[in-house]
Write a protein that binds this ligand. Structure first.
Ligand code: ZN
Length: 475
């Protein structure tokens, strides 16, 4: 093994110098990864934050380091959420506290420092959001020009960040896959800061694993929101390097979580293949909207070799998890990060993760970047206003229906009991009329038990009730 840092092919084992940066092997086209002379590296780290781990990063001259104080993020014990999800030890690696509120600041500090080192005056980056915002901020700090190629579908908060940090923004394609091809084409004279095209991304993000190890040790499970697979691979690589340094004896089991509407890696995992394709990729977790994951194969390797698993969660479950996390732990995250909580719920229910195991969920970015919840609330609210007005116009009595829905939300009930709960201000016949109309609207269901007609609230009824309660809280 060479005595300095080098790039090694993950396919044919060919070796290259660490610079110039290259993503793929010239001989076989596989991805390259950095390797270090681990036996020469000390086992203790000095300083604070991201650059504490400089000895395990490709060399950058100290004078050119561009930093905004990234890394050193908290590992939070989620006591309230633990109880709700049925696990004893749930920890959240909270990357929302980074300078631009996402984990990508780690990659930006390393790449922009490297760009300065190599004498670049401008940088290009294809991104569906977080990476673009980070690169724009660190370029501003370094005094170099940034061009960000974004797909049509990008979260508003992230776009706002790119604008305010004065990046040139070019829109290309529907999803990030097309933007990446465009960044490859336009690279001439630019430093290539697209995560999928620059292996420094992996090196930077693996420091998350170093921090988790120093803050807690090795968890049983580590759940990673996965789009291109680069984050998952970097987390795994971090723990492998800790093993290579002889600092740990076991590695965590890696969980890849993807949105159901765009889950090529999870599909491949289920089919026991290396790649799978998505026909019509769709999700509200835009950070994970990647149809052809560049690091898919390596992410799968991480899952398989760590004896982990790969799972997909529907967007509705993710949105619920986002709310649950916010109201139980006070942390507002973007949908991509909430997929970790949604998947944990499923994995605990399936018995895959047991109550006594320690789980770390990687929280990648803040919810303010992706105002999905706000949109959803506004939409629910406006739909509700329309519905309320429509019903009033027809002479419907909203307050009685609200009382009925609230009662049924607590459990099944029958006519007389419901009538009592409405304070008997209207006749029992009127209560049945309400119930009949609500059944026609599919807000309630009924069945007969012991010659009595019981009513239950439907899923739609629950949604309407929740929307009503939210509206009332706003008024
Ligand atoms: Zn090769």
């Amino acid at each position: 093994m060479p005595s300095t840092t080098f790039l090694k092919c993950t396919g044919c084992d060919s070796e290259y110098d660490p610079y110039p940066i290259q993503a793929v092997c010239k001989k076989c086209g596989s991805l390259l990864q950095y390797r270090y002379p681990y036996e020469r590296i000390g086992k203790s780290f000095e300083g604070t934050g991201f650059w504490r781990y400089a000895s395990l990063l490709p060399p950058v001259s100290k004078d050119n380091i561009v930093t905004l104080g990234e890394g050193g993020t908290p590992l939070r014990r989620a006591k309230n959420l633990s109880k709700k999800l049925g696990v004893k030890n749930l920890l959240l690696k909270d990357e929302t506290t980074n300078p631009t509120n996402s984990f990508r600041d780690r990659a930006a500090t390393l790449m922009i420092s490297n760009a300065l080192d190599l004498g670049y005056k401008k940088v290009i980056c294809a991104s569906n959001g977080n990476m673009g915002a980070s690169i724009a901020a660190y370029s501003a700090k370094a005094g170099i020009k940034s061009t960000i190629i974004v797909p049509k579908r990008v979260d508003l908060g992230k776009l706002a960040q790119m604008h305010i940090y004065d990046a040139e923004i070019i829109e290309k394609g529907e999803i990030v896959d097309e933007a990446i091809l465009e960044a490859e084409k336009r690279v001439n004279g630019n430093y290539q800061a697209t995560p999928e095209l620059n292996p420094l991304t992996i090196e930077a993000q693996k420091t998350i694993s170093f921090e988790i190890f120093e803050q807690h040790g090795v968890p049983d499970w580590l759940i990673v929101p996965t789009g291109s697979g680069s984050t998952t691979y970097s987390i795994w690589k971090g723990f492998q390097e800790l093993s290579a340094l002889d600092l740990i004896k076991k590695e965590p089991r890696i969980v890849v979580v993807q949105p159901s509407g765009c889950a090529p890696i999870t599909e491949a995992y289920k089919l026991n293949q290396d790649i799978a394709t998505v026909e019509k990729p769709e999700t509200r977790a835009l950070a994970l909207l990647v149809a052809n994951p560049a690091y898919g194969k390596l992410a799968l390797q991480a899952v398989r070799e760590s004896n982990g698993t790969s799972i997909a969660v529907p967007d509705e479950q993710t949105l619920e998890a986002e709310r649950l996390l916010a109201k139980s732990e006070g942390i507002f995250v973007e949908p991509a990060s909430a997929t970790t909580i949604a998947s944990l719920q499923t994995l605990v229910n399936q018995g895959k993760i047991s109550e006594s195991e320690t789980v770390v969920c990687l929280i990648t970015a803040t919810g303010l970047k992706a105002p999905y919840v706000l949109e959803a609330l506004t939409k629910e609210e406006s739909e509700l206003r329309r519905e309320t007005l429509r019903l009033r116009a027809r002479g419907w009595d909203i307050s009685t229906k609200l009382k009925i829905l609230r009662l049924l939300d607590l459990g099944e009930s029958y006519g007389y009991e419901i009538w009592k709960a409405t304070d008997k201000k209207i006749s029992i016949q009127a209560v049945y009329q309400h119930l009949d109309k609500m059944e026609q609207k599919e807000l309630v269901d009924s069945f007969t038990k012991e010659r009595r007609r019981y009513f239950t609230i439907t899923k739609k009824g629950k949604r309407v009730l929740q929307a009503l309660e939210e509206l009332i809280a706003l008024l």
